[in-house]
Design a protein around this ligand. Structure first.
Ligand SMILES: [Zn+2]
Ligand SMILES: [Zn+2]
Length: 341
């Protein structure tokens, strides 16, 4: 099968072809596993973090990609949940032990044996992909494969960040960065909390325009002062300047959730500018979001189906995987990018 590989750590900005095309054997399945003929795979900033070594893959070469949708084409003897021909999807959670303290509490995202799809096992930038039936999900019926792919990372982790933000109706929510995840968070919040006000901060004019069109109450640059203070905010940027500014706009008891697998080092000096009295005192909190649970994905898929929440997508043919990554690197963002396989 054709597959894209991360073969070594590289600089996505300077490397013309950071991913290498290869021909791999079709994965062999075990009794509890399904083989998926991949139809589409979402493209995520995490792939850049993997390529540049901030989120180091467990081995090289590895197939990246963790927003995988396709058709079940082979099933193991003990598989009960799926049959051949079913439309399924897989997200970042490839495996968790199910037995440790965290798994027992429904926090399998924090399991020490957690395996990330496309980071600890081969992912979905390929024609075929295999996984245990326990970590695959049926696709919502009213979604095409291309529309469904971004639900599995951007959407699922966006939904988790919104939960961790302690959001509810009548609250002001700040969204910092308006790419694949936060544009879906806006749609989720507007459906679940119709009275909330959403404030979008982005340095990118196209993102600000998209936010306005999708019904944001206020949009502005990262450094701009919003019309009102915020109860909570979700930062999806890979850098430090945005959280520094947002802390100043939080109400007492406000919470900032950082939804990023890693932050870059380039503007770390902003951390030293944080003023304790102004930015953190009054019981303000910073929380991060790590991975997703099976419950996050299944609850979110149900919400997406119920409210018909569809991502804004930009489609790239399989051959253009490197171009898609470079466009994310250069912040040419229009919703969620999807490779069609
Ligand atoms: Zn992702
Ligand atoms: Zn566990």
């Amino acid at each position: 099968m054709k597959a894209w590989l991360i073969t070594e750590i590289t600089d996505v900005e300077k490397d013309d072809r950071p991913l290498k095309l290869a021909n791999l054997p079709i994965p062999k399945i075990k009794e509890n596993e399904i083989l998926i003929k991949v139809k589409a795979c979402g493209v995520c900033h995490t792939e850049i973090d993997e390529l540049e070594g901030r989120a180091l893959p467990s081995f090289f070469p590895i197939v990246p990609g963790h927003q995988i949708v396709g058709e079940v084409c082979r099933i193991g003897k003990k598989v009960k949940k799926f049959k051949i021909g079913d439309r399924v999807g897989v997200g970042w959670i490839y495996y968790a032990c199910g037995e440790c303290e965290f798994c027992q509490k429904g926090l399998e995202n924090l399991c020490k044996d957690f395996k990330g799809t496309g980071k600890d096992v081969n992912g979905g930038y390929a024609e075929y992909f295999k996984i245990s039936e326990d970590f695959a999900f049926p696709l919502p019926e009213n979604f095409t494969y291309e529309e469904a792919a971004p639900l599995f990372c951007a959407g699922a982790i966006g939904y988790r960040s919104l939960r961790l933000a302690n959001m509810d109706n009548n609250k002001n929510l700040g969204l910092i960065g308006f790419g694949a995840a936060n544009h879906l968070v806006l749609k989720i919040a507007k459906n679940l909390y119709p009275n909330c006000k959403i404030f979008v901060f982005s340095r990118n004019e196209k993102e600000r325009e998209l936010a306005k069109n999708l019904g944001a109450y206020w949009v502005g640059e990262i450094e701009e002062e919003p019309k009102e203070l915020l109860h909570c905010a979700i930062d999806t940027t890979p850098v430090w300047k945005p959280p520094f500014y947002i802390l100043q706009h939080l109400l007492p008891n406000g919470r900032l959730v950082i939804n990023a697998i890693r932050k870059e080092e380039i503007d770390k000096e902003y951390l030293l500018k944080i003023d304790y009295a102004r930015d953190l005192w009054q019981e303000k909190e910073i929380k991060t979001v790590a991975n997703v649970t099976k419950k996050d994905i299944s609850e979110w898929l149900e919400i997406a189906q119920r409210f018909n929440i569809k991502p804004e997508i930009e489609i790239y043919p399989f051959e253009k995987a490197n171009e898609a990554l470079k466009d994310i690197r250069n912040r040419k963002i229009k919703g969620a990018k999807v490779l069609v396989i």
